[in-house]
Design a protein around this ligand. Sequence first.
Ligand code: IMP
Ligand code: MG
Length: 188
Amino acid sequence: MDKKETIEYFSRMENLEMVITKEEIQTKITDIATVINNDYADKDPIFIGVLNGSFMFMADLLRKIKLNCEVDFIKISSYADATRTSGTVRLIKDISADINGRHVIIVEDIVDTGLTVRFLKRRMQDSGTLSVEFVSLLFKETEASVGVKIKYVGFNIPNKYVVGYGLDYAQKLRSLESIYTMRELPPE
Ligand code: IMP
Ligand code: MG
């Protein structure tokens, strides 16, 4: 199967509906990178990607960052099953960089309940950072996310489960280049 056929295959199989195209994502990333390049022009920030979901956004964003920056990753897990948050955050792999006295930019795929953001803020501030800001490609407008302040947001989206561009459904569909919702299957 070529790439187009693969996407068509997944779309049929999982009943996907495209909500943000790959072109829209790339345009938005260029805009965000321009703002960050400007805001951090006189700083050497460290970008910390939150695994697994942010790997694709992290790679595309960093390609457009023109700063003397560093890159690291942290891995955490908050999901109890395929689409439901467990309400607690587990640290699976910590950063290896020393962030004491550093300007940190955390790179997230999506903010849903804001639980992960709160957890990461605490983890970073405990390490004596100079500043901590978040950049998230998606921000889900949920009851729980009201009041969660994210400095750089790509797209505000309604409270629906989304997949693709790094985001998974039961660990699958991360490789899709656009972002999709999963349609409800009609009752049999
Ligand atoms: P939060 O802690 O509830 O804000 O959830 C954050 C994490 O849950 C994100 O970094 C994602 O990995 C995952 N997540 C939340 N909503 C979705 C979704 O709609 N699709 C895929 N993953 C999601
Ligand atoms: Mg994530």
